[in-house]
Design a protein around this ligand. Sequence first.
Ligand code: NIG
Ligand code: FE
Length: 415
Amino acid sequence: VPILTNIGCLATCASPAGQDDIGVIHDAAVAWRDGIITWVGPADRVPDEHAAGPVWNAGARLVTPGLVDCHTHLAFGGWRAGEFTSRISGASYAEIARRGGGIARTVRDTRALDERALADRAAAFAAGMVELGITAIECKSGYGLDVETELRLLRAYRRVADETRARIVPTFLGAHVVPAEYRDDREAYIGLLVEELLPRVRAEELAEFCDVFVEEGAFTPDEARTILGAARALGLGVKLHVDQLTDGGGAALAAELGATSADHLEHVSPAGIEALASAGVVAVTLPLATLYLDQDPPPARDLIEAGVAVAVATDFNPGTAPSYHLPLALLLACTRQRMTPSEALKGATRFAARALGREASWGAIEPGKAADLAVIDAPDVDQWLYHHRPNACVAVVAAGRVVWRMDRLGPAQPS
Ligand code: NIG
Ligand code: FE
């Protein structure tokens, strides 16, 4: 029975309600067996049966649930730094896409890589993410846009799941944009998704969710209804990229389709917020994408006040969010989305797990949940996100095993 003790501040996130309720216990300890948490409480009250195993000392630091990045496009070929500099010079994301750059550029670079190469790149990113305290990653396809490459991306994620310490939740995003070769026959591409790709994804059990990018230049709400209706009939969960560049009524659509999450939402309308609240859809905000596209942030305060659970994720991808630094995204959620550090943490743990249908097992520190923990060199959550560092995480436990420790722990940051 391993135990982690001398935790200065334990943010349990044990309550399913309340964006800012992170369930702090001071001077705490956590015990687990076979990867599952068995006991949580004050360090001076550890029951005898938990006092016998290996003891890890958190050095009076902050311990949070392993962070959950509930929205990434982890596997892709190439990069797009040239578009980054073009946007700085004034080109818009939509213009670049119309010129054949953007997603289409990455599709060309992704089709050129085999499964092994895609998995190696994604696994390297995943390893970097684990060092930041992330123990679970949602991973979308969507840079293949043909039968072979979409399946290859999802099979690459299966390898990443087997070969890294991170837990992986794969999502099928064949409906990212219509690929160039179907530009004049959108219906044929949607037919390919519904009649060929989705059944194969289902038969090989390659994805848990199906996602659609609803936007001008991507898919219409009606097309999303067709694709996601088929996905649902096969037993996949529903996610949507919506209201990112324009208000396309995407939030209401997510509510109508019973989506698990609606993601982006920079342009969500007040009616859309109400729809998300009454349908219990998680709003996934992506502050790094907002930052890189220099947009106004989504109305996180209005969402929270309406009773919507707000998650925060990276959206890691080569176009709109070329960074997998989830703690940086949390800092931006604080300053740009006016979320408190506690609210941001809840959005990258319990509510992120909810956005993946995994709230019963991940995202909180309580008996019965997975022993996924991040040890952070800060006395509390406010100080952690306020004093931003390249990496404040000093150790990570995943499924009960210490999977990463900073080489030189060094002294704690001055308090
Ligand atoms: O989540 N919005 C659509 N898809 C991605 C960006 C993809 C890309 O530019 O490569 C996103 O922002
Ligand atoms: Fe995305």
